[in-house]
Design a binder for this molecule. Structure first.
Ligand SMILES: Nc1ncnc2c1ncn2[C@@H]1O[C@H](COP(=O)(O)OP(=O)(O)OP(=O)(O)O)[C@@H](O)[C@H]1O
Length: 380
């Protein structure tokens, strides 16, 4: 579908019947402060008419503070809802996934279909779902309309989730990325240009490239070409089902298993990405064709990379052609698990665009643990 419109117009979708089952009950969680702060108005003018047309019953919950969405999905009876739609940037989706994983019945709860309606400045999952569903790369209201159409016409597909550990018992569940160095610096330092919307990332990249930083540390990873069923210590995975088991990992205070690869260097950037888009115009992993393929795409650049190469990288990333450029000192490989051990605690690390403390962290992918509404290629 390559139709795009700024305004809701039901006739545009004639021939594509709305498939939201009439009985579907949708909980819409909306962050009114996301992006340029227009999410609520856009919901009323663009999304509500589509949901009404689709006979979907929805309840709108406008969040009033950080962490509210986390608490709602952690504490509420989810049987009231068939779909949880999140109209926000990636930050609120992160809250929802972590709220679902904090429930005693997490294994069932995480299967609740999510739907993404872009309403923030970082809309990477929305852009990825838009791509998987066969749409052209678009931004702003066009992306929003495509995602609303996907909510109405799509189906729940498996969503990969990466379990991240920073210290014993301290876990986060991530649907998008772990970044250290240039990419997280730009993401966070450009917050002050939030009023510019998505342009904040271009300005932030330019500013950071003029004063490039390097970070010293150790990066370890388990290439995807290794046997996925192999556990970290060769034994059977633990059977305790009260928590999600990371059978590929050993505790952070122990050396990584001997079949992992280790790189010790000065890094300009490290990025572990598990969706196609890092932002609406950052087509960073074009090889990912669906939300549940089961690989982490690991990129890293060492301090030997030139500024010219970095500019080339970011420019080509807009169209997803960066891997065709053979950029020196940039490595890409699919992995199942990784560990990052910064030598210093200075620097910015982000999980799904949210800042975390810069300290040792490791993660492994759980293929198709969650579910997200998308349109599988070949199914429409
Ligand atoms: N009413 C609110 N006021 C302030 N913050 C809120 C509110 N509701 C949710 N939040 C918080 O705002 C954070 C960022 O939201 P979101 O990701 O939706 O927008 P964004 O513009 O893309 O921001 P970012 O680029 O920082 O991810 C979320 O982590 C959430 O906790």
């Amino acid at each position: 579908m390559d139709q795009q419109t700024d305004m809701y117009n039901p006739t545009l979708f004639s021939g594509h019947p709305y498939l939201v089952p009439q009985s579907d009950r949708v909980l819409v969680l909306l962050n009114p402060r996301g992006g340029t702060g227009k999410a609520l108005a856009l919901f009323e003018t663009h999304i509500m008419p589509m949901l009404t047309e689709a006979n979907a019953r929805f309840t709108l919950l406008v969040t009033e503070r950080p962490n509210q969405a986390y608490e709602v999905v952690r504490d509420q009876d989810l049987s009231n809802w068939d779909v949880i739609a999140v109209m926000s940037g990636d930050g609120l989706i992160f809250e929802v996934i972590n709220g679902l994983m904090a429930r005693p019945d997490w294994a069932d709860a995480i299967k609740k279909p999510l739907s993404v309606l872009p309403g923030g400045s970082g809309n990477a999952l929305a852009a990825s779902i838009n791509y998987y569903s066969g749409h052209q790369q678009v931004t702003g209201n066009k992306l929003l309309m495509n995602c609303a159409f996907i909510l109405c016409k799509g189906q729940p597909l498996p969503l990969d989730i990466v379990s991240l550990t920073t210290s014993p018992g301290k876990r986060k569940f991530s649907f998008l990325s772990l970044a250290w160095g240039l990419i997280s610096d730009v993401d966070i330092e450009s917050e002050k240009y939030r009023f510019m919307g998505y342009a904040r990332f271009s300005i932030g990249t330019f500013v950071r490239l003029t004063a490039l930083r390097t970070y010293s540390g150790r990066l370890s990873f388990l290439p995807a070409s290794s046997s996925a069923s192999e556990t970290a210590n060769g034994s059977s995975p633990p059977t305790d089902s009260t928590v999600l088991q990371d059978q590929l990992l050993v505790p952070l205070d122990q050396p990584v298993p001997s079949h992992w690869q280790v790189v010790e260097d000065q890094f300009v950037l490290v990025l572990a990405l598990y969706q196609s888009h890092l932002g609406a115009e950052h087509f960073a992993a074009p090889m990912i064709k669906g939300p549940g393929e089961g690989n982490i795409h690991l990129y890293y650049a060492t301090s030997r990379i030139s500024r010219t190469s970095l500019i080339k990288l970011f420019m080509a990333m807009e169209k997803g052609t960066h891997l065709e450029q053979n950029i020196p000192h940039l490595t890409h490989l699919p992995v199942l698990a990784f560990r990052i051990e910064p030598h210093e605690s200075t620097g910015i690390m982000t999980v799904d665009g949210e800042v975390i403390q810069c300290s040792p962290i490791q993660g492994q992918i759980h293929r198709g643990l969650g579910r997200v509404i998308s349109i599988a290629q070949g199914s429409n």
